[in-house]
Design a protein around this ligand. Structure first.
Ligand code: KG4
Ligand code: ZN
Length: 423
């Protein structure tokens, strides 16, 4: 995994010490095209995000081909803007970091998953990878392959410099619900995951069915409307009450919401802005009731996971919540209560670092680069159409240096650390 054999003379800027790194991070694994330049001191020199929210709003989802084209159209501009704003040239960089995983499911949520969508999606993520390899090849820079979910988790260490391993992480996004014990860099114990949909997907579908404005994605629209509603008015069941584990499920709650919307005769074709005041308040009640139960499910699983994690690592002090849904103020406030009650401290990155961004990729690149996990510069004349997909991953040696160990159902107190398998 590590690349300690890589000759240091090949690094463009050998004079730079591990404490004085400048890394460009590129993120194109989902709907947004993002780039940022970050210093190893934690200084964010620039951050640029070009959103596909308009496409999402227009089509109620982004088809893979559309996502790929949108990334391809803006990638050069986004990266150039990140360099310009940071006032650095490619030659000033220590390395380029780029998201290369996890699997395609991240991008497939809510999308038109046609027969060839997997190939098309790997191309979509490949837009960022191609750009990163082009820069790294041209300017003789090392390259660091980044796991998207690890980046969401580790950006918390940029925000809270006291945050040492081990710590706990809840990652909540459009495609993932993960409860993790972060043991060390690249070593993660998975305490729970979703057995079907992630919470962000439930927010997005609820917003769509309620006829909300999706231009900023469904989550913020629900959060805003929920403030007008009565969270106790519609009785939704909290998922998985009978399962005494740390897994999640949001498919059933989505169905409950859909049925409630149908029973109130809410017509999503009528945008909320044109709804009567009675219609608006019934939509707000559903939004508030959905949000309350969706978050109660998080609270219950987090409470149990803290108990499990403290049995394994009693020294844990921090609980990180990150991913797009973590930018929600209600989610943050409720989880803060649970975390505090259990003697830990919550670390939640600011909203712009919770949703997909280039800073988290650059920062995770710094973390891996410091310990020697990176790949040598690609050949300067590498063909542009070289495909870097899961089937061609031998092209990366530092990549996917992330171990997620699944501990399944851990209830006993005489627990010893499992050996785990890489997923
Ligand atoms: O991490 P992210 O930007 O992209 C993925 O990796 O999926 O997360 C996007 C998800 C979307 O489902 C979006 O609706 C949700 O995060 N989200 C929110 C909020 N802001 C974004 N959900 C609830 N409340 C918010 N304020
Ligand atoms: Zn994400």
């Amino acid at each position: 995994m590590s690349n300690s054999n890589f000759p240091k003379t090949l690094i463009q800027n050998p004079s730079k010490s591990a404490d004085d790194l400048v890394i460009l991070g590129i993120e194109t694994s989902c709907d947004d095209t993002a780039a940022a330049v970050v210093r190893s001191s934690g200084e964010i020199l620039s951050q640029v995000v070009s959103s596909q929210a308009d496409l999402l709003a227009r089509y109620g989802g982004v088809a893979p081909k559309m996502a790929e084209e949108a990334h391809a159209q803006v990638i050069d501009r986004v990266v150039q803007e990140a360099l310009d704003k940071a006032n650095v040239k490619e030659l000033d960089l220590s390395a380029v970091a780029v998201t290369i995983g996890p699997g395609l499911s991240l991008c497939l949520r809510g999308l038109d998953t046609g027969e060839n969508s997997i190939d098309r999606l790997s191309n979509s993520r490949g837009i960022g990878v191609q750009k990163a390899r082009k820069i790294a090849g041209t300017f003789n820079l090392p390259i660091v392959g980044i796991h998207h979910m690890e980046a969401h988790a580790l950006v918390a260490r940029l925000i809270e410099r006291e945050l040492q391993f081990p710590f706990m992480v809840l990652l909540i996004s459009g495609g993932h619900n993960l409860l993790i014990l972060a043991c060390d860099l690249g070593q993660y114990l998975q305490l729970g995951t979703t057995i079907d949909d992630a919470i962000g997907e439930a927010y997005d579908k609820t917003a769509k069915w309620l006829g909300l404005d999706l231009r900023r994605s469904g989550g913020p629209a629900i959060e805003e409307l929920a403030r007008e509603g009565d969270p106790e008015s519609v009785k939704f069941a909290v998922p998985m009450k009978q399962h005494k584990d740390c897994n999640f499920s949001y498919a059933g709650l989505k169905t409950q919401v859909r049925l409630a919307i149908e029973s109130k005769n809410i017509n999503a074709e009528i945008p909320i802005s044109s709804a009567s005041s009675e219609d608006r308040s019934s939509r707000a009640n559903i939004a508030a009731s959905f949000q309350r139960v969706a978050v109660l499910h998080l609270e219950e699983r987090c409470e149990r996971a803290i108990g499990w994690a403290l049995e394994i690592e009693p020294s844990i002090k921090y609980f990180v919540v990150s991913g797009g849904v973590a930018s929600n103020q209600y989610v943050r406030a409720r989880l803060n209560q649970v975390v505090k009650k259990n003697g830990l401290e919550l670390v939640c990155p600011p909203p712009s670092l919770c949703t997909d961004n280039g800073v988290m990729v650059a920062w995770t690149g710094i973390e891996h680069f410091r310990v020697g996990r990176f790949d040598p510069p690609p050949p300067a004349d590498e063909a542009e159409d070289t495909i870097f997909s899961p089937v061609n991953e031998e092209a990366w040696t530092s990549s996917m240096s992330i171990w997620i160990m699944n501990i399944g159902n851990l209830a006993s107190s005489n627990f010893s650390r499992p050996s785990g398998e890489m997923v």
